[in-house]
Ligand binder design. Structure first.
Ligand SMILES: Cc1cc2nc3c(=O)[nH]c(=O)nc-3n(C[C@H](O)[C@H](O)[C@H](O)COP(=O)(O)OP(=O)(O)OC[C@H]3O[C@@H](n4cnc5c(N)ncnc54)[C@H](O)[C@@H]3O)c2cc1C
Length: 397
């Protein structure tokens, strides 16, 4: 199928954020093209495939058996000594999530966008932004070796962690090594797991990050590690740490690896500004990933909806200026910003703790009934038993 040479909105990137932005822009009356460089939406998967249930509250998404494979009842966070806290749905509500099939999930979101009227171009790369008198006026794409120009009143950069759209548009997306993690993950089978829980291991087993086990069933899980770049010498260390973890754990004794994936994740605060005249950024491109967990699907989808709605409004009003697009900036920040900053500060503090301090933290948290789990509640609880541990955390409380 061939696309036209002019649209109201061009969305760059067919991940969860881009498909959701495209969907809500089209649903609200805009003429939308969603451009994805990969030949297949959602594949290959580079993701632990864990999501919080929060997205279902904000966005019109119905869990579909094709991708909603395991709703867990709790998350277990293990300290270095092996002691853990269980964060269950009663205490953490929608933060306790589900394990999905990411390729099918991404296809589901793109299908919803198409149903609402967005056109989709796969195997098509955006290679630059078009500018007219200094103003963004569309994108240049490469498809089957040929380049062509597509004009657009508004461009949405949803092109992920390594966003080129953001750089071309002049946003400062530089990341410090202490705000970036190197990740490696195995999709494993023949395991012996309790599929009711997602497991997280913190401490020296994963410097500045954690090991995760996200089960799809008792037998199959994503087992991965994220390490802060500033705490390791090279990306290859992720494999050493992950293999060492797996070797020690009986549940992996007869396991086989079906797939290996790797990739970077930002654990920074969000960009100060994600809009300019005729352009908006969303999802990983805007650094909306949660800095504590490294999870970005839910935030990208939640912000994607606001982004799409504002895009349609801007087109309808004939005003795609930065001033109009402030509606998006305000909207997504109201929903996500406070938690992103709090989690960023929590991450900054947590990475300074040694194994002994982390064990104390887990110990206290396991003793306190956490009725309403939040960073603030956790820190207040810790202050009672180990005041010296939270001395540095006062500003978070
Ligand atoms: C190993 C690993 C494990 C992770 N585990 C989890 C997890 O369990 N839970 C979670 O919530 N998050 C996880 N994440 C993060 C999560 O994958 C991202 O936050 C999420 O994919 C963000 O969605 P997005 O739509 O913003 O970007 P992406 O999903 O990265 O989508 C961007 C899309 O843009 C396309 N694109 C890029 N450049 C161009 C271009 N020039 N032209 C056209 N198309 C382009 C790409 O091909 C891609 O499809 C993990 C990340 C990694 C690396």
């Amino acid at each position: 199928m061939f696309f036209k040479d002019s649209y109201d909105v061009v969305v760059v990137g067919g991940g969860p954020s881009g498909s959701t932005a495209a969907r809500y822009a089209a649903r609200n009356g805009a003429n939308v093209l969603l451009v994805e460089k990969r030949q297949e939406i959602g594949s290959p998967v580079r993701c632990g495939e864990g999501v919080s249930m929060e997205i279902f509250k904000h966005v019109d998404i119905r869990p579909d058996p094709s991708w909603f494979v395991n709703q867990v009842t709790g998350a277990r966070i293990f300290g270095p000594s092996g002691k853990f806290i269980l964060i269950d749905a009663k205490n953490a509500g929608d933060e306790v999530g589900a394990v999905i099939e990411r390729d099918a999930f991404d296809k589901y979101l793109a299908t919803e966008a198409a149903r609402d009227g967005a056109e989709i171009a796969t195997k098509t790369s955006v290679v630059s932004l078009l500018k007219d008198g200094g103003e963004i006026s569309g994108v240049r794409v490469r498809r089957m070796g040929e380049e062509s120009d597509i004009s657009a009143r508004l461009v949405i950069g949803a092109d992920g962690f390594e966003s080129q759209v953001a750089r071309w548009a002049g946003f400062n997306t530089n990341l410090k090594t202490r705000d970036t993690t190197s990740n490696l993950q195995y999709r494993m089978t023949n395991l012996d797991l309790d599929p009711r829980f997602t497991d997280f291991y913190i401490g020296s087993a994963a410097p500045g990050g954690y090991v995760w086990i996200f089960p799809k069933s008792g037998e199959v899980a994503n087992v991965g590690i994220g390490l802060l770049l500033s705490r390791i010498k090279g990306a290859s260390e992720a494999k050493d740490y992950l293999d060492a973890f797996i070797e020690k754990d009986e549940r992996f004794r007869d396991a086989s690896i079906m797939e290996t994936v790797s990739g970077g994740v930002s654990v920074s605060a969000p960009l100060d500004k994600v809009i300019a005249d005729r352009i908006m950024l969303v999802g990983d491109a805007a650094r909306m990933i949660d800095p504590l967990t490294g999870g970005g699907i839910s935030n990208g989808v939640i912000a994607g909806k606001v982004c799409g709605e504002v895009a349609a409004g801007a087109v309808k009003e004939g005003d795609c200026s930065e001033e109009y697009l402030q509606r998006y900036e305000k909207g997504w920040r109201e929903l996500l910003e406070e938690k992103l900053y709090r989690d960023y500060m929590a991450k900054e503090k947590l990475v300074t703790l040694d194994d002994e301090a982390l064990d104390k933290l887990i110990e206290v948290m396991s003793e306190v009934p956490l009725e309403n789990l939040s960073t603030k509640e956790i820190l207040t609880a810790i202050r009672t038993k180990y005041p010296e541990l939270v001395k540095e955390f006062e500003d978070l409380i």
